[in-house]
Structures are given as structure tokens and as C-alpha cells.
Ligand binder design. Structure first.
Ligand code: ZN
Length: 275
């Protein structure tokens, strides 16, 4: 078990070379105990002093997150932390987890060899359960091309601000590594679906990938899409309506920041990541 993924409540073995373990503690009991201590005090402090753009989001309170220990999912009974990525249910008191209503329905096309426990798009399903569905490739539905758009940056893609939003009912996101994205895009049911793109943004993601800082984590792309969509339908106004899409993402960002600051361990995945 990678201590880094243990921090995030993952329960899987590392398989990616780029995700080599950075934590050499070998006493799982002690490790878990320490991480719970981090959770309880330092993460919330880090959130308060964070100066990244994530700190400017309008987010629900994180106070109850500090009390969450690893516990059994109410539906499948598996041990989880923060949320169950199989059932897409939050742990702890569900009334304290933000619940979003999205203006479009969302499909996430997920490549099956990618671990769902590492998915960031799954955050959107936990937070906006009624509006988000996951589809395991190659199970791609037949879409109504008039009403559906696919977020994918290519030369032919339109910017969100340039499309006629009035007819759009569904937006599709792809969650896969780059080489598998091409396989998904080649699916015949996507042939007539228009591609849209968002403005260039820099990622805050903690996982290393070699494509550069403009390759976003899926949940970042989902957030930016809905922010731009909202601006497109309301003359540029955006009042944080969909900021809570980044609720878990912001918490995990601060969890990693505070844990690495307080443990004096090097964060080897990305240079200058720990602020
Ligand atoms: Zn579950």
C-alpha cells in the first residue's frame, strides 16, 4: 500500500510506475493512526491558510470531514474513507456533504482498466448523484447528436462560450489515460457528437503525468466546463454555483499539502508542488 493513496482512503495496490511509493512507513496501524491525526487538525488549518485559487471557491464546510475515520459503507459494507467509490455514497452524515443539481445531465465514459478508486470524476457522482452516470467503455450509449456535447480538446472543437447552449441536454466526459482516450473517441456512437473545449487551465492535480500542466484531472475539467456553461447562459455571470464539484478535490489537495509539510517527506511526484 502506498502511503500517499492511504492518505486518500484508497485501498488498492499501486500499479503505475509514475506512482511509485513515497512513504516508507511499514507499520500500517501506526500509519493509519498518524493519518487520522493529520486529518483532525492540520488539514483544516491548511485549508484556512491555503493561498491557491482553490481557497477562493465557495465550498461547503469541511469541519465534519476531520472526524471521519475509515468506516463501513452503509450500502456495500466495505471499509472506506470520505466516500465509497463503488456505491458513490458519502461516508458519515450525508446531510453534511454538499449536494449539487447540475443544469445538464452528465455521462462519464470510463475506461475499465483504470481504477475507479483513483477516479476524480467519481467525485461528481458522489456530489451530484441524480445528474451523473458512469458508463464503462465500450458500453457507450447512442446519443442524440442535437442535444449532446462531448468535452474533448481538438482543433475542430468549439469553445463552450461559442455553442448554442439552448438545445444541449447532456455533456459527456472521458476519463481515461491519453492512449485509451483515442479508443473511446473512435466508438461509432460518438461519431456525430460535437466536441467542445474549455479555456486553457493549469492543473492542481497531485498525480504526475507527463503531458504537462494543462492536462487537467477529470473533475477539474468537469468543474471548468460547468463554470463556463453557466457564464455562457447568464451573460458571463458566475457566482460559485458549481464550486462544490471540487469539494473532495480541494480537501484532498490540502490533505496532501499538510501531510507532506508536517512529515518532512519529499513529494517526489511533482516539483514544487508542496506550497
Ligand atoms: Zn459502498
Amino acid at each position: 500500500m502506498d502511503g500517499f493513496d492511504n492518505l486518500l482512503g484508497g485501498e488498492y495496490l499501486e500499479t503505475e510506475v509514475t506512482d511509485a511509493p513515497v512513504n516508507d512507513e511499514n507499520n500500517p496501524t501506526k500509519q493509519q493512526h498518524n493519518h487520522n491525526l493529520y486529518d483532525a487538525t492540520q488539514v483544516l488549518e491548511n485549508i484556512k491558510s491555503d493561498e491557491s485559487w482553490l481557497s477562493e471557491l465557495k465550498l461547503a464546510s469541511f469541519d465534519h470531514m476531520s472526524d471521519l475515520a475509515r468506516a463501513n459503507c452503509s450500502k456495500c459494507s466495505k471499509k472506506r474513507k470520505y466516500f465509497c467509490y463503488d456505491c458513490c455514497l458519502p461516508l458519515g452524515d450525508p446531510s453534511k456533504t454538499p449536494k449539487l443539481k447540475l443544469p445538464l445531465s452528465v455521462d462519464v465514459l470510463h475506461y475499465p482498466t483504470e481504477l475507479i478508486s483513483k477516479s476524480t470524476a467519481i467525485h461528481s457522482r458522489v456530489l451530484a448523484r441524480d445528474d451523473v452516470e458512469f458508463k464503462e467503455f465500450p458500453n457507450v450509449p447512442e446519443y442524440n447528436a442535437e442535444e449532446t456535447i462531448l468535452l474533448f480538446p481538438s482543433e475542430d472543437s468549439c469553445f463552450v462560450k461559442d455553442i448554442d447552449c439552448s438545445k444541449i441536454k447532456k455533456v459527456v466526459f472521458i476519463e481515461s489515460q491519453w492512449h485509451n482516450t483515442k479508443k473511446i473517441l473512435a466508438h461509432p456512437n460518438l461519431k456525430n457528437v460535437r466536441c467542445v473545449k474549455i479555456d486553457l487551465q493549469k492543473t492542481m492535480f497531485w498525480r504526475y503525468q507527463h503531458h504537462g500542466e494543462n492536462f487537467l484531472a477529470t473533475i477539474e475539467a468537469i468543474y471548468y466546463f460547468f463554470k463556463e456553461y453557466q457564464q455562457a447562459i447568464s451573460n458571463g455571470a458566475y457566482n460559485g454555483e458549481y464550486d462544490n464539484l471540487l469539494y473532495y478535490y480541494t480537501f484532498f489537495y490540502n490533505l496532501i499539502q499538510s501531510s507532506y509539510k508536517h512529515s518532512n517527506k519529499d513529494f517526489k511526484r511533482k516539483d514544487n508542488y508542496i506550497k
